[in-house]
Design a protein around this ligand. Structure first.
Ligand code: 3HC
Ligand code: NAI
Length: 705
């Protein structure tokens, strides 16, 4: 047998009586049209040749197959379709073995489930993550996985989108055999020969009900999952469709079930949620592509210092320790450093209490941690992250100390939320080493890291910051210096729109409800109560002197703070939190304050629908987002999208504010802004970039390329 049917992405090699089918489509062997064609041709060749007694499918490089080629979704489909490829593999006249090393995800696992035997190597990652792209598995996964794993395990795998390892795959019935070692080809050939020696039969999963045989038990499991999913899916389209597909697996013959699955898959493909989620998937990978990457390699770092052990300093310390770094924390005095250490330990103790960490593991991590009150102890660190009080003078004093003690080349970062990083850099003799690393609270959990690039910073410092983000498993977004950078600057604007809505007639509770209805986890007034009303109050007082006297200013939040109502921590804010409750209740006294403020300003309140609330809220967000991109604070609209999805609870399935605007149509969004500008021309000044794009008939996506 020759290798004539080999294509550049699917290579065929006859090894004795085994046909080795090797997928070679870097970086992750996605199932693009050429791979699908190659696999079809491989099966034809296997069936046509008497010399082929078994087939082994492997993936080259780091993965088996990471799924369908996501870039093809939304474009006209090209034959052969993936379900047909899977069916063709299952129908092969000789036993087919899939050898899973690395990722076998989505369509990749569906290919494996269509093989007759599955062998997994250490490091295998099995999953059906379609739900996180707004899809259902669409190549037989919803029909084959329940037959192999049972309804509960299969449906949970599909609803969670999570990956399981080789051992869990074996226990779940997804994998037939584990093999140590790292060579999928050798392991696959050996397994195929073993099967041939045993006379192992063809085993098409579709041919028997498998673990669906006990129909009543399976139905009971699915009913429970449906009830739970209906409660939790919060307007998401695909989770309930997954349940429907599993129901079809229970009720219908395999071929009919497949047809049903295909129809659900196509409905998902057409859904705006799919467009939003896939935009989010690629956008999160694009944000690390920055101009500095071409210019400079990151500096090496292993030892770092964190200045300040408060809320943020402690969270960042945990993140750094979890990333394997050696950390020294610096605090003002013995009492503060003890509190800082306690803040760090509290995180690990929480994990121990939940059974997710052992005392030994905690001790091993803390062996890389040193507390100190002396700056001289951090002379040789490679990187410093300052997280002291949000006060320019305090920060400047810290940076002078860092400049004095740190070795040449140490990266000096500040976690400031709003302050001018150029001004901080200017107090040092090395502004080229100073950068902003804006973490979000809780810093050990939140994925977003704004990497704020001041005027004089060296490209290598920027790439080092991106490398740190990678080590810490954060989602990095490059931002320029301005008040609030990308996220907090846009937040301040749409928060203002919410305040105007409140003064004009919507209650804070109606606004929060509308925002939750859109898909955010919390509304803006709930967020204020959670963060502490005093924080925003302090910022408003600080800015009072520089505020444009012509700008509209709503004082309701100030009145609430004047009562000492700072939110959850004081038991009341915009909401009441009786006995430390975490979910607030509406407060009639707050509504009375709102009424009194409207009366004082001579505002006659009018009703707002949830739709109008969201039009204004989103218009404010998009308009400021366009200004941020237009001014070069964000590199691209997708950087704004990722900032909001990863740091501000923006519903991922809507793709971020800029993607949302594209999906609405930019002319519509601009028309809204222009209409609102008739009420308040200063606040609703349209972003020049938005006007330009509309005039040119373009969208934000055109700037993401
Ligand atoms: N299609 C197209 N491109 C893909 C891809 C896919 N399925 N999976 C990854 N890529 C691309 C990424 O965009 C990235 O491209 P870039 O270098 O140009 O930015 C590159 O491959 C490397 O990806 P990562 O940076 O994510 O690499 P990691 O090593 O960190 O992670 C991974 C690898 C775990 C495979 C991760 O990429 C991943 O989760 N991929 C998506 C898997 C998935 O969702 N599969 C299901 C697809 S839907 C489906 O199969 C439908 C079917 O049921 C019909
Ligand atoms: P915090 O008040 O909880 O902690 C600040 C810590 O800094 C205190 O423990 C204090 O003792 C210490 N400190 C003060 N001066 C010091 C000095 N000269 N040397 C060493 N330690 C010193 O404040 P938090 O919330 O942790 O904020 C820190 C920084 O992080 C601020 O710049 C803030 O704007 C920023 N930030 C805060 C977020 C939040 O949600 N809390 C989110 C993102 C950024």
């Amino acid at each position: 047998m020759t290798a004539q049917a080999s294509t550049s992405v699917v290579e065929l090699r006859q090894d004795g009586d085994v046909l080795l089918v090797s997928v070679n489509n870097p970086p992750v062997n996605a199932l693009g049209a050429a791979v699908r064609q190659g696999l079809m041709a491989a099966m034809e060749q296997a069936d046509a040749s008497a010399a082929v007694k078994a087939v082994v499918i492997v993936g080259q490089g780091k993965a088996f197959i990471a799924g369908a080629d996501i870039r093809e979704f939304g474009k006209p489909p090209v034959q052969p379709f993936l379900p047909d490829v899977c069916n063709r593999i299952e129908a092969c006249s000789t036993p087919v073995v899939a050898v899973i090393h690395g990722a076998a995800l989505g369509g990749g696992l569906e290919i494996a489930m269509s093989a007759h035997y599955r062998l997994a190597l250490p490091g295998a990652k099995l999953g059906l993550p379609e739900v996180s792209l707004g899809l259902v598995p669409g190549a037989g996964g919803t029909q084959r996985a329940p037959r192999l794993m049972g309804v509960k395990a299969a449906t949970e795998l599909m609803l969670s989108g999570q990956q399981i390892g080789a051992k869990a795959g074996l226990a779940a019935g997804l994998v037939d055999k584990l093999e140590e070692g790292s060579d999928p080809v050798a392991a696959g050939l050996a397994y195929a020969r073993e099967l041939l020696a045993q006379g192992a039969p063809l085993r098409p999963v579709s041919a028997t009900p498998g673990r669906l045989a006990d129909k009543a038990a399976a139905q009971a499991e699915l009913d429970a999952l449906r009830a739970d999913t209906a409660k939790k899916s919060r307007g998401l389209f695909s989770p309930l469709k997954i349940i429907d597909c599993v129901q079809a697996a229970l009720d219908l013959p395999f071929a009919e079930g497949l047809k049903f699955e295909r129809a659900q898959f196509l409905a998902c493909i057409d859904s705006p949620q799919r467009a939003g989620l896939i935009h989010a998937f690629f956008a999160e990978r694009e944000t690390a592509k920055i101009p500095e990457a071409r210019a400079a390699q990151p500096r090496a770092f292993s030892k770092i210092a964190i200045i300040g052990g408060g809320t943020m300093g402690a969270g960042i310390t945990v993140s750094a320790l979890d990333a394997g770094l050696v950390v020294t924390m610096i605090e003002r005095d013995a009492e503060s450093i003890a509190r800082g250490q306690a803040n760090v330990e509290k995180v690990y103790n929480g994990l121990i209490a939940k059974g997710r960490m052992s005392e030994e593991a905690k001790a091993a991590i803390l062996a890389r941690y040193t507390p100190s009150t002396r700056y001289d102890d951090i002379a040789d660190v490679d990187l410093v992250i300052e997280a002291v009080f949000e006060d320019l003078e305090v920060k400047k004093a810290v940076f002078k100390e860092l400049d004095r003690v740190c070795k040449s080349g140490t990266v000096l970062a500040t976690n400031t939320s709003y302050l001018d990083i150029d001004a901080i850099a200017a107090v040092t003799s090395r502004p080229q080493d100073v950068i902003g690393l804006h973490f979000f609270s809780p810093a050990n959990i939140m994925k977003l890291l704004e990497i704020v690039v001041p005027a004089k910073v060296a490209p290598a410092v920027v790439t080092t910051a991106f490398e740190l983000a990678k080590k810490m498993k954060k989602v990095p977004v490059r931002a320029g210096v301005c008040d609030g950078f990308i996220g907090n600057r846009i937040l301040a604007t749409y928060k203002q729109a919410a305040d105007y809505l409140m003064e004009d007639g919507a209650s804070p509770y109606e606004i929060d409800e509308a925002v939750r209805g859109f898909g955010f986890a919390m509304g803006p007034f709930q967020v204020t109560d959670l963060a502490g009303g005093d924080i925003g109050w302090a910022t408003r007082k600080r800015r009072a002197a520089t505020r444009d006297p012509k700008a509209r200013y709503v004082e309701i939040a100030d009145r609430i703070c004047e009562n000492g109502w700072f939110g959850q921590k004081t038991g009341r804010g915009f909401y009441l939190y009786p006995q430390g409750a975490r979910i607030g209740q509406p407060d009639p006294e707050v509504l009375a304050i709102v009424d009194a403020e409207r009366a004082r300003k001579g505002v006659t309140p009018r009703p707002f629908t949830a739709e109008e609330i969201m039009r204004r809220y989103m218009a404010a967000m998009v308009n400021e987002g366009a200004k941020v991109v237009g001014e070069g604070i964000a590199l691209r609209p997708l950087d704004v999208d990722v900032t909001f999805i990863s740091g501000y609870g923006f519903p991922r399935h809507r793709g971020g504010p800029m993607k949302w605007a594209d999906m609405q149509g930019l002319p519509k969004v601009l028309a809204d802004i222009e209409a609102f500008a008739k009420e308040d021309a200063l606040f609703w000044k349209p972003a020049p970039l938005l006007q330009k794009l509309v005039a040119e008939g373009k969208n934000f996506e055109s700037l993401n390329k």
